[in-house]
Ligand binder design. Structure first.
Ligand SMILES: Cc1cc2nc3c(=O)[nH]c(=O)nc-3n(C[C@H](O)[C@H](O)[C@H](O)COP(=O)(O)OP(=O)(O)OC[C@H]3O[C@@H](n4cnc5c(N)ncnc54)[C@H](O)[C@@H]3O)c2cc1C
Length: 511
């Protein structure tokens, strides 16, 4: 074993949250080392070559990154233009009767429906703004509270109270309403209902009829900012911000163990050990790896209390989203769409989403897959050769545990089914495909070191959110092992490209 120096903080994983956390800690004067297992930074937001000359990021839209983090970290100075307006979104119709949504502007539906949307969207925005401050705060624990915790609870209550009686009643009624009910109450158009539900459902194990927190997830995704250049530009800017602040980043540096010292009654994290035997010591070890990886693999159950271990083992971490990348030798034409730079949703009605979910529940993929498509090369020309394009599709619901298991044949069959589905909306696209890659949740687990290949590291359901994320004992970024903190998507407020967990963890450490 080679002892290689002492840091204030060592961060495990240079996904976007690890980068955000490193940037804040380094800006506060800490000596920070960021260790990343793979050969590049970005984690689930990194871009990699899937066909010679063609690259794609796993996450393909940056539409609710925290604006205050972008400003505080000076991402503008590192090439990002923030607040570039909303990302246009189209609900594709097989008959060409598409529904177009761009911020407040809605086209392709009746005047009545447009008015209903204006009312609905104003109300949801009021709810989203009331909750917004709490995504960037540590959620207080239930139990003896410090003054800061009481203030957070007070602020939360006040913000909700400020909604006024009518809105507050409505908020309490709808936040756990199945998406289907919310849509049916407000709209008639099938495509519009699918389009507006999408952000409540994507990435989760929830369908339109599932009770739980799809509406809360939708509100979570209604705040934040969009920025120019796509996912690649965000990751480059975060890397530059962390490095400029003085953080040291090492790739190809897989942490094998988090080192602890002391007795069972008083363990403390003291550093990390890499696969090659190198050892680094630190006052704080901060993990952006998912909670199961952090505790079950890197700490080890022998160092954990049994009830906590069981809670970590019980986390629901099996992903439900697959990713298809297509290398196209020309620009695809989706009938009736002039600007294909936004998100395109294939889900003709809410039942199509529900039935795809039903298949996945029983370990099958759907014969009628529902998906979100983007063309990331429209915003980032470096992803494909000149005049050629990358198509990126998030396919809901594809089970981690496929009946009979995943192999080349099942992957090929699903890829073919997805391409057939896209072909209905973009006739001729099949002839332009020169390369492809399908990443099932099991492949995402293998390629990106995320348990279950889960979009949010662990399901964002009410029992795994707020002061229960990932568990009661580790919901304030500190963990039962003193000196060990969490800073990834598995902690509050959750997954997506927001930067919030990395920001909140850094603030807890700096306290
Ligand atoms: C298919 C898919 C599509 C998505 N699309 C979108 C989207 O369009 N928009 C959006 O906002 N969100 C999207 N998401 C969600 C989003 O990408 C994630 O929630 C987010 O990237 C998580 O960031 P993170 O930094 O917390 O974790 P990660 O990005 O998972 O980073 C963790 C890092 O830790 C590293 N690591 C793990 N173990 C070790 C170890 N032992 N030693 C060293 N390093 C280690 C990993 O290599 C990784 O780089 C998508 C997710 C998936 C799966």
């Amino acid at each position: 074993m080679t002892q290689l120096g002492h840091y204030d903080s060592i961060i495990i994983g240079a996904g976007h949250n690890g980068l955000v956390c490193a940037a804040y800690l380094a800006r506060a004067g800490q000596r920070v080392l960021l260790l990343e297992a793979s050969d590049s930074v970005g984690g689930l937001a990194s871009s990699r070559e899937f066909h010679p000359g063609f690259k794609a990021p796993v996450a393909h839209s940056v539409n609710h990154f925290s604006k205050s983090i972008a400003v505080e970290l000076g991402l503008k100075a590192h090439g990002l233009v923030i607040d570039v307006g909303s990302v246009p979104c189209v609900g594709l119709s097989p008959e060409g009767k598409h529904v177009f949504l761009n911020g407040a502007e809605l086209r392709g539906v009746s005047d009545d429906e447009r008015e209903a949307y204006a009312r609905y969207s104003r109300q949801l925005q009021r709810f989203a703004r009331a909750l917004e401050p709490f995504w960037l705060k540590t959620i207080p624990r239930i139990g003896p509270n410090k003054l800061g915790d009481m203030l957070t609870f007070g602020h939360m209550g006040l913000n909700l109270r400020r909604l006024g009686k009518a809105d507050l009643r409505e908020f309490l009624r709808v936040f756990s309403l199945p998406m289907r009910d919310l849509m049916d109450e407000n709209f008639d158009s099938d495509i519009l209902k699918s389009l507006l539900s999408w952000d409540g459902l994507i990435g989760s194990k929830m369908a339109p009829r599932s009770p739980n927190n799809a509406v809360l997830t939708l509100l979570y995704r209604m705040v934040g900012t969009t920025m120019s250049g796509g996912v690649g530009a965000l990751v480059s800017a975060l890397e530059a911000a962390a490095t400029a602040a003085g953080a040291e980043i090492r790739t190809d540096a897989r942490v094998q163990r988090i080192r602890v010292s002391g007795s069972a009654s008083g363990l403390r994290a003291t550093g990390v050990e890499l696969g090659n035997g190198e050892v680094f010591e630190a006052d704080w070890v901060v993990s952006s790896a998912d909670p199961q990886t952090t505790f079950l693999s890197l700490i080890g159950v022998e160092n954990l209390e049994i009830d906590f271990t069981n809670r970590i083992k019980r986390l629901r971490c099996k992903g439900y989203v697959a990713k298809l990348h297509l290398a196209l030798n020309s620009s695809p034409t989706f009938g009736g769409i002039e600007d294909s730079g936004g998100r395109m949703i294939i889900a003709p009605d809410l039942d199509s989403i529900e039935f795809a979910f039903d298949d996945a529940k029983y370990g099958r993929w759907s014969e009628h897959p529902v998906m979100e498509i983007t063309l990331p090369s429209v915003h980032d020309a470096s992803l494909a050769p000149p005049d050629q394009h990358v198509l990126s599709a998030h396919v809901m619901f594809v089970p981690y545990d496929l009946q009979g298991g995943w192999n080349e044949a099942t992957r090929d069959a699903l890829s073919e089914r997805i391409i057939d589905t896209i072909e209905r909306y973009a006739p001729g696209i099949r002839q332009t495909v020169v390369g492809r890659e399908l990443l099932t949740p099991a492949d995402l687990e293998h390629a990106f070191g995320v348990t279950g290949g889960h979009w949010h590291h662990t399901e964002m359901a009410l029992d795994q959110m707020l002061m229960m994320r990932p568990t009661y004992e580790a919901a304030q970024y500190a963990t039962p092992i003193p000196g060990l903190y969490l800073c990834g998507a598995g902690c509050h407020p959750g997954g997506d490209l927001t930067g919030a967990p990395g920001h909140n963890a850094a603030h807890e450490i700096l306290k």
